[in-house]
Design a protein around this ligand. Sequence first.
Ligand SMILES: Nc1ncnc2c1ncn2[C@@H]1O[C@H](COP(=O)(O)OP(=O)(O)OP(=O)(O)O)[C@@H](O)[C@H]1O
Length: 304
Amino acid sequence: MSTAQQAGDLEVRSLVRVFGTGDGAVRAVDDVSFRAPSGLLTGFVGGNGAGKTSTMRMMMGVLAPTSGETLFDGRPITAADRRAFGYMPEERGLYPKQAVLDQLVYLGRLRGIPARAARAEILGHLERLGLADRAKDPVEKLSLGNQQRVQIIAALMGSPRALILDEPFSGLDPAAIDGMADLLREHTARGVPVVFSSHQLDLVERLCERLLILRHGRVVADGTPAELATRGTVRHRLVLSGDAGWVRGVPGVRTLDIDGSAALIELSDDAGGRLLRSALERGDVHEFSPVRPSLTEIYREVAA
Ligand SMILES: Nc1ncnc2c1ncn2[C@@H]1O[C@H](COP(=O)(O)OP(=O)(O)OP(=O)(O)O)[C@@H](O)[C@H]1O
């Protein structure tokens, strides 16, 4: 059983990966640095080809970096550290003909977990993920979502010291997403750093304590969801007693939406006071409040 003392921060420093040479060279990961602290869920988001998979593969040592390094617990990561990690690669590697339980026990033994202990842990996980009655079925008979659950169990067994998961939520239904999120939180609760990639922004915003946005191989945002929200363009909601259409003509005010007496606006630095004075001259102001941008809006601003 691992303890919090065995867990540590994961850190990536100036990681670069170039594919190809000459004019055709692609800088897939371009000086990426970040910390995935022990005990926190760190979400990795970015469009197709942003460099998420390449970064995770370099962290796991299955892809050699062009330059840069990965640290665990404050020192350069070792092969032994990585063997004690749970990793879910982008390419799912289950053997289709083998029974679910046998396959997981085999994968557990490769990770040094004795067969009996692996079996007990796997049966518990299968039960929790609603797959207890599929233990003897060959993997190929399972739906894709259920195969995904088997992959998740493969990554989580044996109390890993860190988890690096490439798109672990893809293909899961909402109930399975919640079950999976609970499982990940059990790992962060014992001090493990968890890094996962996802295209589902709402999910990342809901689950993660930290998130990173990658674009063209670079980190364009890194922080807690609340910190990132303060970086997005702040909007204001203005609700008046009468029609808000006149707001469109006020200098320094960019109108995003007007619906009767309510307006959603962006203000230049000095426009707020001017707008409010005009509004009060015309009647009551029921509301004038900043609107926190959603992660989707921030994402559009930084990753588009
Ligand atoms: N083995 C490879 N050889 C050549 N180019 C590669 C290789 N692996 C990745 N790339 C390129 O590196 C860039 C980053 O790819 P990567 O798979 O890391 O992005 P990603 O953010 O995981 O994308 P996705 O969300 O689509 O999975 C892309 O331009 C991709 O084509």
